[in-house]
Design a protein around this ligand. Structure first.
Ligand SMILES: Cc1ncc(COP(=O)(O)O)c(C=O)c1O
Length: 472
């Protein structure tokens, strides 16, 4: 590396260029080969983690050696969450310009928690939120915040709903969701101060959608017992099976009963950009608040969530506070101090990570990719249906399909099939329980997953099935 300056924490311009060039080479090589890298890893996780445990270094180390340690020694021992074969859980993304945006955001390190510190940069983030509001069908007065992910969005929504409906005493409040809701809903309710028993997990129908009749009955029972129903959390794409609740019926019920209506669209919400997704999620725009996860449905890197609210004032009333040492906050509805709408004050400039790729590619590129995911999941379901030894358990509402082995030993055989599919390392899929039975889920949501990989996936299912059957 070229000559160093007097302050080691301040690399010289030449040193910075060299660092960036070295890292650029590593990143580009990594991304160019991401589709060829194994979908998961076979190392003993504990051994590799122990190998990485280390004392704090008193002295510095050579940069190139550190890059080797990251890229050569650590990264290969992980799920290839950014690869085309990652069909597990809810796949992540990581479009490249977001990584560039993070580099810019961290290099400039401007402060976006308060408006006055960086009005133009705050506006870029506000633009993103307004684009999202339009995408879900929200109108004037709506707003929101970017969060670190769906869990924090759900927590923020529950806090806002609680504040709007109760003020300080919420001890009799009851929250309703389905038995398929993401566990972050229950966790958020407890973090927001509710007893676990205050979260009713209502039974679902044969399509894993909340049963409205059971929901109404539970509310009536709670009211009769002196409790106060105040919040319904609907699902726009469950993690388990991709089920979408009847959002119109939930919105009607919330209206009739004067309840806050939150929709968890962490997985499914961005499908509202597509015509088919919009139809499946009809009623979404009637929610008081909506969780969206750009790090899922908009293919962005982890750590990028969003909470939208129909009335921005609701977030403000729940979070705004003041202190003598703070700058003046914006009263003008056109502008926003993000710290007034969220629990966070100092935070990363996460808006740039969304703004840059959306401006660069246009929303249509994201829409087309989401449409492709809907097609791929349907195609996979059709192919799996042709395999006599397995049965589809849940059809794709969005981009998630689940299946299992037929027959008596279904669960054990399905687990064996799952292991045999993953052992091939072309795709990585995970399992779950549906109606008490073990199923394999395929969730298509990576922008890098195309027909060639789905074809590989179906071939691997067939190959793995032959192995499992011949081992009997
Ligand atoms: C439906 C749903 N809600 C909430 C979450 C939590 O999101 P995050 O992992 O971003 O905190 C997830 C995560 O998979 C999800 O699928």
């Amino acid at each position: 590396m070229s000559e160093s300056g007097p302050y080691p924490l301040e690399p010289t311009p030449d040193e910075m260029r060299v660092m960036l060039q070295q890292v650029t080479d590593r990143i580009v090589d990594h991304i160019a080969s991401v589709g060829d890298q194994p979908a998961s890893y076979e190392t003993d996780g504990r051994a590799i983690a122990r190998d990485f445990a280390e004392p704090a270094p008193a002295e510095g180390t050579d940069f190139a050696g550190l890059l080797d340690r990251i890229f050569d020694d650590a990264v290969p021992h992980s799920f290839n969450t950014a690869g085309p074969g990652y069909l597990a859980y809810i796949p992540g993304g990581g479009v490249f310009p977001s990584a560039v945006a993070d580099l810019i955001a961290n290099a400039i390190n401007r402060y976006v928690g308060v408006w006055v510190a960086a009005p133009a940069l705050v506006q870029l983030e506000l633009n993103v939120i307004q684009w999202f509001c339009e995408a879900v069908g929200y109108g004037a007065g709506s707003g929101g915040v970017l969060t670190s992910g769906g869990s924090l969005s759900n927590l923020t929504a529950i806090v806002a709903a609680r504040r709007e409906r109760f003020g300080d005493d919420f001890s009799r409040g009851v929250i309703y969701t389905s038995d398929q809701a993401h566990h972050s809903v229950r966790k958020s309710a407890v973090l927001a101060g509710f007893a676990e028993a205050a979260v009713r997990q209502i039974e679902t129908n044969a399509h894993q959608e909340i049963r409205i009749d059971r929901l109404e009955a539970a509310m009536a029972e709670d009211r009769a017992a002196g409790r106060i129903p105040f919040l319904i959390v609907g699902n726009a794409g469950t993690t388990n099976t991709g089920a979408v609740d009847d959002l119109t019926a939930l919105a009607d019920l919330a209206d009739r009963e004067s309840l806050w209506f939150h929709v968890d669209g962490a997985y499914g919400g961005f499908f509202a950009l597509t015509e088919r997704g919009k139809a499946v999620m009809a009623g979404l725009e009637r929610a008081d608040s909506i969780t969206l996860d750009p790090h899922k449905g908009l293919f962005l890197p982890y750590g990028t969530g969003a909470l939208l609210v129909r009335d921005e004032g609701s977030l403000r009333r729940a979070h705004a506070t003041f202190a003598d040492y703070m700058p003046a906050m914006q009263n003008d509805a056109e502008f926003v101090d993000f710290c007034d709408l969220s629990a966070e004050l100092s935070r990363d400039f996460r808006g740039l990570r969304i703004w840059l790729p959306v401006k660069l590619f246009g929303l249509s590129a994201f829409r087309e990719s989401l449409d492709e995911k809907l097609d791929l999941a349907r195609w996979a379901a059709e192919q799996i249906r042709k395999i006599p030894e397995v049965e589809i358990v849940t059809e794709p509402r969005l981009s998630l399909v689940s299946f299992r082995m037929r027959g008596e030993e279904g669960d054990d055989a399905t687990r064996a099939l799952l292991d045999a599919i993953n052992a091939r390392q072309n795709v990585y899929v995970t399992g779950t329980m549906v109606d008490g039975r073990f199923v394999i889920r395929i969730c298509v949501l990576s922008f890098r997953t195309h027909m060639d990989r789905m074809d590989m996936c179906v071939n691997d299912i067939r190959g793995a099935l032959s192995e499992v059957l011949s081992a009997r």
